[in-house]
Design a protein around this ligand. Structure first.
Ligand code: P71
Length: 472
């Protein structure tokens, strides 16, 4: 019998190991389930992972939204909530943190990202105007459409190719944007909607060079440039790593420089900002701020709380400062990459290069025998849950919805199943369990059949849609 010397992960990769820049003070126990229990739970959920009870989930990779572990300092901050209706001290802490790290002048808190999207869309879009953006995000596009806008995807073509290794696949194709402006005229453009690390493209970053070029183009035509800053801190990491001249700058410096090229931003603080609930809007223009501040009281709450408790704003202010620490972001993205490296090495098709917040399994290549209308990504999410109790999220045809005019399904090029990694929550051992489960489902792929949708809600259908297995 041969004995192999066990090796640490670092040794296997020929480098020194690194570890998370935190230690665990409190744990939340997880429940393991049997395959029979999961089979029953999955059928009850209409084969939709959004409809599973979290008690039936072992490792929850549905989303990185609101699922972060807060630090002891954030929890301490929760005790310092000033729950005054107006002028809460915590609002001023939040305002100061946003001014310091993102650099915008005026701040409006909201209950979460879509609250902010609603307000900015209502104010900045006139009916019939175009909203060019770097790929759609579900809630962002819906609010733009509800405000009468027409979303136009102007991201690089390469972003739609899961195998392209372009380092900044989130970039806007400036030629596409110029063509739109030339065709429609600048007055028909509501604003340019730029997202840092593009979620639906696989968490792909935007370069500093791209935002500079966009600034110049927008200035030339008098068009506003607004940023979806939801995962902009993660975007800053990729600039530091990949863009010339940024290796020695800190994440905080890069973040502020990037935001400085934009007119304002909206945010789902449930991601980068390390809180379980919250969002914000920030702009530099006083008139725009006045309008936002006025509308927030209609839909969210007074402009110094925007639907949040004082304690939520305090946790956010502290989370913002923690989120821009270089050690934090290195380990956060390092963990995502670790899982991606395992899967890549095993020949499992994933979106390359690995992005900031998740691994996106390429369900088209995973199940080449399934048609897109048989919901390959939804099928893969169901199979993964059944195998091991891991919950992932469909990001393909079900998420894309239907064309509002023709009523036809959108058939997105990307048909993906997302394994989203919450921040500071799971360990390397959890990632190993996830990788092995994906491999087991991959090895059994030939026998897997697709799904049909048997219930379809009108808005954001993927949340509550129900499916049935197709019988061979
Ligand atoms: C994610 C989410 C949460 C989500 C939203 C819709 C469907 C499924 C899951 C939310 C984002 C986001 C970006 C780039 C705005 C929002 C909305 N992402 N922009 O990825 O990723 O923020 O959820 O706080 O309202 O799981 P909100």
């Amino acid at each position: 019998m041969t004995h192999e010397t066990p090796k640490t992960m670092g040794q296997q990769f020929g480098r020194r190991s690194w570890a998370e820049p935190w230690k665990i003070k409190m744990v939340e126990r997880l429940r393991m389930t049997t395959r029979e229990e999961r089979d029953k739970a999955l059928i009850e959920a209409g084969l939709n992972t959004f409809l599973l009870k979290s008690d039936d989930v072992y490792i929850d990779l549905l989303t990185d939204s609101g699922t972060s572990a807060m630090s002891d300092e954030q929890w301490a901050g929760m005790m310092l909530g000033d729950e005054a209706y107006a002028g809460s001290r915590n609002f001023y802490h939040l305002e100061a943190a946003l001014q310091k790290y993102y650099g915008y002048k005026y701040i409006v808190p909201t209950h979460q990202g879509r609250g902010a999207e609603h307000l900015i869309s209502q104010i900045a879009i006139k009916k019939g105007q175009f909203v060019p953006g770097n790929m759609y995000f579900t809630t962002t596009r819906l609010h733009q459409e509800l405000a009468g806008g027409i979303f136009v995807d102007v991201i690089l073509d390469k972003a739609h190719d899961p195998n392209s290794l372009h380092p900044f696949k989130g970039n806007i194709d400036v030629a596409k944007l110029e063509a739109l402006i030339a065709r429609e005229g600048a007055s028909k453009i509501a604003y340019v909607s730029l997202a840092g690390t593009v979620n639906m493209a696989g968490g792909q970053p935007v370069s500093m060079a791209n935002v500079k070029e966009l600034r110049a183009l927008c200035d030339k035509h008098g068009i506003k440039l607004y940023l979806d800053a939801t995962r902009m801190v993660e975007n800053a990491f990729f600039i530091q790593e990949r863009e010339e001249g940024y290796a020695k700058k800190t994440i905080a410096e890069i973040l502020k420089e990037f935001c400085g090229f934009t007119d304002g931003a909206w945010m789902s603080a449930k991601k980068d900002n390390l809180v379980n609930i919250g969002g914000w809007l920030a702009v530099n223009d006083w008139t725009m701020f006045e309008e936002l501040r006025n509308l927030v009281v209609v839909y969210e709450g007074l402009h110094t709380y925007g639907g949040l408790a004082g304690r939520d704003m305090e946790a956010m202010a502290i989370g913002i400062a923690e989120s821009v620490e270089d050690a934090h972001i290195k380990s956060r993205i390092g963990q995502v990459r670790y899982l991606g490296d395992l899967l890549t090495d095993w020949g499992i098709p994933i979106v390359q290069p690995v992005g900031g917040h998740a691994i996106f399994l390429n369900a088209r290549e995973f199940y080449p025998h399934l048609k897109q209308i048989e919901f390959p990504a939804q099928t893969l999410a169901a199979e993964l849950y059944l195998d091991s109790g891991i919950r992932s999220m469909e990001r393909g045809i079900a998420s894309a919805g239907r064309d509002a005019k023709t009523g036809d399904h959108y058939y997105p090029k990307l048909e993906l199943t997302r394994l989203t990694i919450p921040r500071r929550v799971y360990t390397q051992a959890h990632m190993d369990v996830v990788a092995e489960s994906v491999k087991a489902v991959f090895d059994a792929r030939g026998a897997t059949r697709g799904l049909k949708m048997i219930y379809e809600p009108k808005y954001l259908r993927f949340f509550q849609a129900r499916f049935e297995r197709l019988i061979a």
